[in-house]
Design a protein around this ligand. Structure first.
Ligand SMILES: O=P(O)(O)OP(=O)(O)OP(=O)(O)OC[C@H]1O[C@@H](n2cnc3c(O)ncnc32)[C@H](O)[C@@H]1O
Ligand SMILES: [Mg+2]
Length: 166
């Protein structure tokens, strides 16, 4: 049994390798069937589930991780979701950390830019999305994108283990 993860992003793949340490983890392109930049909690969750479904193959596990933004009481937050399709074809879900994003990000997001591109412009660096991520930048590197997704994957892995005990 291997873990098929619907992404080629190293931050996501390394997080999966950390948690599923005894398994082979294979990254691959998978459609999320939502916008490239989800803009609500529900859309981000749906993207994670679709990625898990679209990477799943019988006998293996399908893992989907999705980052998005959402508005709470007029404020823009980063949000994150994960989904695991298990060998008995159940879908487990878990959400990750949310942090406040700068107000000035709202206009470029509404204009169609993805958060990953906005982060590169903002930090004057390249490919922040594959490295520490917005969460690493705005937490002063206390929590990286890999670490945040590893926590989400632990929540999924633990639910899968628990379901096998019952
Ligand atoms: O290749 P995939 O797996 O799609 O990885 P991605 O970096 O594009 O990540 P997502 O599609 O899950 O996230 C949707 C968008 O939000 C951006 N994003 C989400 N969380 C981010 C973070 O912590 N830092 C930078 N960009 C982030 C991301 O780069 C995309 O533009
Ligand atoms: Mg993406």
């Amino acid at each position: 049994m291997k873990v098929r993860i619907g992404s080629q992003n190293p931050a996501k793949i390394q997080a999966a390798q950390e948690v599923f340490s005894g398994y082979e983890v294979e990254g691959m392109d998978a459609s999320s069937n939502v916008s490239a930049q989800p803009t609500s909690d529900a859309e981000t969750k749906k993207g994670a589930i679709n990625r898990a479904r679209n990477t799943y193959q019988e006998g293996d596990l399908g893992l989907g991780l999705e980052g998005g933004v959402m508005t709470i009481e007029g404020q823009l937050y980063l949000c994150n979701w994960g989904a695991l399709m298990t060998d008995d074809q159940k879908i487990l879900t878990a959400s990750g950390a949310r942090i406040l994003l700068p107000e000035e990000f709202s206009a470029p997001l509404q204009g169609g830019l993805e958060l990953g591109d906005i982060m590169d412009n903002y930090t004057e660096r390249q490919d922040v999305r594959s490295k520490e991520g917005a969460i690493g930048v705005f937490t002063n590197d206390q929590v990286s994108r890999k670490e945040m997704f590893a926590h989400v994957i632990k929540l999924l892995y633990g639910q899968w283990e628990y379901s096998k005990k019952k």
